[in-house]
Structures are given as structure tokens and as C-alpha cells.
Design a binder for this molecule. Structure first.
Ligand SMILES: [Zn+2]
Length: 339
């Protein structure tokens, strides 16, 4: 960490590019993986060291391990549950490590503890968090849309607590399978991780992607899971939280219609709601978010996962959803939220 701290000072003096070049030169010998940010969106993992950009998901594998009763990792205070790797012939474990969009760039330790009956095994890995260059968005909105009065602020706080509680419990069973689905095909109108400056005031970074689509467009579940929470919240409007197991959650906000109830089992591709503009939204769009063990990650990172298919757990093929015609006049380009 100390070495990275030194590099951060270099960064402060010069450009991000220079920082990355110096990082690569110094760290290439330590991390036998590709560190250049332009080598593609998929973070590379290996049997030793891992790296990923802020907001990405890293596939963590532990080889030569079998018949464990539990395999759990710890990374920056978050717990990662691993499961038998379907591609490793029963002798390895695999898990998804989310890099939060605000995790500190640099090298951090990932510890993994496996329980094999009475025996315990401990593993330690280095994970290099690579800085992502997030966009800055300036939004100008009516004052009452940005500043919350006392009553609204109290409501917002209670809603946040409700979500925190609902998502605090990690379902022990993995319901998701390889092959995540984009819930709506449309134009991305709000970029994940972007720093939002509203009426000159910096706000929390945007923790999902906004997909502009006409009002009433079908919203599909991104993967198999259980509907954990259905809400009507001040910012997110009508929203659905789906629990995919092992700490993975997907979120669908600003819906005009919700077609599922809490506790429902949903399949990947199932229509669970309709695009709307409820809550604080400038137009119809879906705010799609993903959390991996508490880390806010880019939902599109899940679509790009190099995750091995499990042939024994294949699910029926779902018909490819039709891509709606681009009708820009039908507000596909203006929807985004104002959180
Ligand atoms: Zn959004």
C-alpha cells in the first residue's frame, strides 16, 4: 500500500496516463496480469494475483481445493462467498469479487478461508484496484428537485435503512447462472460512476446505468433470483431488488409498473416491470444497478464476465428479446435520474 500511496502523489502532479504507465512499470513484475486499462473491459484474474478497475467484477479462483464446507473471502471489509468451480472438475472454487466504484486504487489483500471439516486452510492474494476515469456530468434542475426539505430528508433516510436491512442478509444459495441479461435494450443515458454536479453541488456518484427507453417497455430480470424488495421510494420511484444469491443483487428503478411481488422466484429474461419515470427522473428510463457483496459495480460488468458455463445446470434457452426501434422523439434520449 505504501508504494501505491507514493504513486498517488505522482498522479496528483501529472496526468492519469502517466500514473498508469508508472504503475505498470513498477507493478508488472509483481502482478503477472495485464494492467493496461485499454486491454478490454474484462478484468483478468489468475491463480495468484487479481486486478480490476473500480466498478468492475473480478472472477476469483482458488485451485486445488475440494470438499470444503465453506470458502469465504474478505476484501476491504466485505465478505465474498466462493462455490465449487463448475469448470474445474470438482477441485477448485470460484467467486465474484466486486470492486466498488470508490474503492481506493492500489494493492489490497484478499484473504480466503476454507473450512474442510475440522481442518482449515488460509489463502492470501493481492488484488490491484485500478483507477477508473469516471465522467463528470453537470445537471441543472429546479431547486426543489435537488434540495430535500426536512420531511423528504427523513423519508429518504428511512428508505435507505430499509434497503440496507433487506440487502444485509446474504442468501447462501447461488441462484444466478452464467449469462447475465441486459434488462432493457435502449440508449444509455446516464453513465455508471459519473460524478454528478447538480446546480453546482457535487452529489454521490451515479451507482448504476440509466437506459432510456419508451414508457412501458418491458424490463427483464437480469438473471435468476428471488424478489427481495419492492419499493416506491422518493428517488428511485417504483423499484425492484432481486437477490441472486451469494451477495449478488440487481436493482431496477423508476418503473411505471411492477409485475412481481416480494418472495417471487424470477428467471433470467422474465418480464418483471415496465419502464417509467417514477421517483426523481427527467424522463422514462430504467436505472439498472448491481451490487456484489456490498460493492457498487457497473451492471454491464456482469454481462462481460468470462465465467465458465456449467453444462449440467443449463437452463432452457430464452428467445432473444426484440430490440425496440430507435424512436428518439419518444424520449429515448432524455431519461436519466436526478439523484
Ligand atoms: Zn440512474
Amino acid at each position: 500500500m505504501k508504494r501505491i500511496g507514493g504513486l498517488n502523489r505522482v498522479k496528483a502532479m501529472s496526468s492519469l496516463d502517466r500514473f498508469l504507465i508508472i504503475s505498470v512499470v513498477l507493478l508488472a513484475s509483481v502482478f503477472p496480469v495485464e494492467l493496461f486499462p485499454n486491454t478490454g473491459p474484462v478484468p483478468r484474474g489468475g491463480d495468484g494475483q487479481f486486478s480490476g478497475k473500480q466498478g468492475q467484477v473480478v472472477v476469483v479462483t482458488v485451485p486445488d481445493l475440494k470438499d470444503a464446507t465453506s470458502v469465504k473471502g474478505q476484501f476491504l471489509g466485505r465478505t465474498v462467498t466462493l462455490f465449487p468451480n463448475p469448470a474445474a472438475g470438482g477441485t477448485g472454487y470460484i467467486g465474484l469479487l466486486g470492486i466498488d466504484l470508490q474503492d481506493e486504487p492500489g494493492a489490497h489483500e484478499l484473504t480466503i478461508d476454507a473450512q474442510l471439516g475440522e481442518r482449515a486452510r488460509h489463502f492470501s492474494y493481492q488484488v490491484l484496484v485500478v483507477k477508473e476515469k469516471f465522467a463528470v456530468e453537470h445537471l441543472k434542475l429546479p431547486k426543489d428537485k435537488v434540495d430535500l426539505d426536512e420531511k423528504a430528508a427523513a423519508r429518504w433516510k428511512a428508505e435507505q435503512e430499509q434497503v440496507r436491512k433487506a440487502l444485509a442478509e446474504e442468501s447462501a444459495m447461488r441462484l444466478w447462472q452464467a449469462g447475465f441479461i441486459e434488462p432493457v435494450h435502449g440508449k444509455r443515458t446516464g453513465i455508471f460512476g459519473s460524478v454528478r454536479i447538480m446546480n453546482g453541488q457535487p452529489r454521490n456518484p451515479h451507482n448504476g446505468e440509466d437506459i432510456g427507453a419508451p414508457m412501458g417497455t418491458d424490463v427483464m430480470a437480469s438473471n435468476d433470483g428471488v424478489v427481495r424488495l419492492v419499493v416506491d421510494h422518493i428517488f428511485s420511484g417504483r423499484g425492484i431488488f432481486v437477490d441472486h444469491g451469494l451477495g449478488l443483487y440487481s436493482m431496477y428503478f423508476h418503473l411505471s409498473d411492477v409485475l412481481v411481488n416480494e418472495g417471487d422466484l424470477v428467471r433470467a429474461g422474465q418480464v418483471i416491470g415496465k419502464v417509467g419515470a417514477t421517483g426523481r427522473a427527467t424522463g422514462p428510463h430504467l436505472h439498472w444497478g448491481m451490487k456484489v457483496n456490498g460493492a457498487r459495480v457497473n451492471p454491464y460488468a456482469l454481462l462481460e464476465l468470462p465465467f465458465p458455463q456449467n453444462p449440467s445446470a443449463a437452463r432452457p434457452m430464452l428467445a432473444a428479446p426484440a430490440i425496440p426501434a430507435q424512436t428518439d422523439s419518444a424520449v429515448t434520449a432524455v431519461g436519466s435520474d436526478t439523484r
